[in-house]
Ligand binder design. Structure first.
Ligand SMILES: C[S@@+](CC[C@H](N)C(=O)[O-])C[C@H]1O[C@@H](n2cnc3c(N)ncnc32)[C@H](O)[C@@H]1O
Length: 470
């Protein structure tokens, strides 16, 4: 482990003396932490949980090489993986972990205790849900607490709380199994209202599970399923039983497949792209759906507001040997000759992807849904202007919230009498259970139950197909 490892972003609390002279206290703490195996990964995990739960950052963003602040500078792959697994499970089970800690901290968390809460959360995640050795989880949490001037007075408290957690582990695991704590109440309430009590509970239960890895393959799904130890799903995606590093799997370097949840693969299929059609992919990056359209040999304009994300799209298409024209622009003001077809994979609350992104329930706020729905309305309005007579639009979101799906389309059809809905049919290759009463696609994470937990579930998606009068 190198001394350059960092757990930056902490308050600077002055300078302290070393034999070499004066160095910032933070650097001295980093050097101290780096000497203790396993400690930097735990410190990083706690800092990242705070970045997400307190700072509103996305979890993926925290693990990207461009993360600011970077919590992982100088880490080897093993420590990155450890930090990721602690942070991921801590966020997936944040509700029950906080409940357990509240039960153990009779008078609550001390005020002015800096990141103490997140050190406790990271340690509790290990003790309750990971295979880490109990003594290491507790000992390293205590050491982490001692490193920081703000938290060091509480090292005894941390030790005591975590030992009590261990004693009452079975009780807390039973609570965890009930699934009553791990979704924020406002989201659970919404899902109850829209899908009923039983389905809302089933959705919340799926969010506690690690999702399977789904691939879209260029050709021959049966062959790839066999080679990669997977199964071919009824919709043609390949679902893997393993969670090996993606870039090490056969076919990755050759660009034979890309990672895409089975539900995310359906909207482009509903658009039914044909060779040489001009198609606008309105919110294209990082390019999963663009790849599907390009594979069908359509002329695709891949539009996105984010130049950074379009670079990722370009790299993905290059690996797959596919091409599209890339445009950086705000879709709501985009101007071009009308297209044969438009795919709008609109920015949304992403509550349908909480299995893959356990940060989503804790970073989204009720007001976000209205703000995103307003943006989606503008995108639909712009797409209507950019669609040829007789052309089609597929609008989709990975949200469970009707404001971003069903209600959005109902109001679009009221405002645009020259468009009609083209219902999803069995010929589209979509299972009947995924089609709602209006003929739109609606998947929920609890669909596709499977006795083998590694093969169960699907992201929550909505998609509607709209056709403009000829
Ligand atoms: C759900 S993601 C798209 C995922 C992508 N279609 C895929 O399958 O890989 C939404 C995208 O919309 C982009 N976006 C957000 N607001 C936008 C706007 N006003 N104009 C264009 N793109 C926008 C985001 O940068 C993001 O890449």
């Amino acid at each position: 482990m190198s001394d350059s490892r960092s757990f930056r972003g902490r308050p600077k609390t002055g300078r302290q003396s070393t034999r070499q002279g004066f160095v910032p206290a933070e650097a001295a703490r980093e050097a101290e932490a780096a000497k203790i195996p396993g400690l930097p990964a735990r410190l990083a995990a706690a800092a990242i949980i705070a970045d997400v739960a307190q700072g509103g950052h996305r979890l993926d963003e925290c693990f990207s090489p461009q993360a600011v602040p970077s919590r992982l500078t100088g880490f080897d792959a093993r420590d990155v993986a450890l930090a990721r697994s602690i942070a991921t499970v801590a966020l997936r089970r944040l509700g029950v972990i906080r409940h357990a800690l509240a039960a153990l901290l009779e008078t609550g968390l001390p005020r002015q205790a800096g990141r103490l809460e997140f050190t406790l959360i990271a340690a509790a995640a290990q003790l309750l849900f990971l295979d880490a050795a109990d003594h290491a989880a507790i000992d390293l949490a205590v050491r982490a607490t001692k490193l920081e001037p703000k938290t060091s007075p509480y090292s005894g408290l941390v030790n005591g709380v975590l030992r009590n957690l261990l004693r009452r582990r079975e009780e807390f695991l039973e609570l965890a199994a009930s699934g009553d704590f791990d979704s924020p109440a406002w989201l659970l309430q919404r899902w109850r209202k829209h899908y009923g009590e039983e389905t809302a509970r089933a959705i919340a239960a799926m969010h506690m599970r690690e999702p399977p890895l789904d691939l879209s393959v260029k050709s021959d799904p049966e062959d790839w399923a066999e080679r990669l130890d997977g199964v071919v799903l009824p919709t043609g995606s390949v679902r893997l039983r393993t969670h090996a590093p993606i870039a090490e799997l056969p076919g990755y370097d050759e660009g034979e497949w890309w990672v895409q949840d089975a539900a995310a693969a359906l909207p482009a299929r509903l658009l039914a792209p044909k060779p040489d059609e001009r198609i606008l992919d309105m919110c294209a990056a990082p390019g999963g759906k663009t790849a599907q359209l390009a594979l069908a040999r359509a002329h695709v304009v891949a539009l996105d507001r984010s130049a950074e994300r379009l670079k990722i799209l370009a790299a993905n298409l290059a690996r797959l040997g596919l091409r599209a024209d890339v445009a950086v622009a705000d879709a709501t003001g985009y101007q071009a000759q009308p297209f044969d077809a438009i795919l709008i994979d609109a920015p949304c609350s992403a509550t349908g992807t909480a299995r893959r992104h356990p940060d989503v329930p804790w970073t989204k706020k009720p007001g976000d849904i209205d703000a995103l729905a307003a943006l989606q309305t503008k995108m639909l309005a712009r797409a209507a202007l950019l669609t040829k007579a007789g052309g089609r639009i597929v609008y989709c979101t990975c949200s469970l919230e009707p404001e971003e799906g069903e209600q959005q389309i109902a109001s679009f059809l009221r405002r645009n009498p020259d468009f009609r809905r083209e219902p999803v049919k069995s010929e589209d290759g979509v299972p009947a259970e995924f089609v709602n009463r209006d003929g739109d696609l609606r998947t929920l994470p609890c669909y596709w139950p499977n006795d083998d937990a590694r093969l169960a579930g699907i992201d929550g998606f909505f998609a509607a197909r709209l056709v403009r009068q000829a």
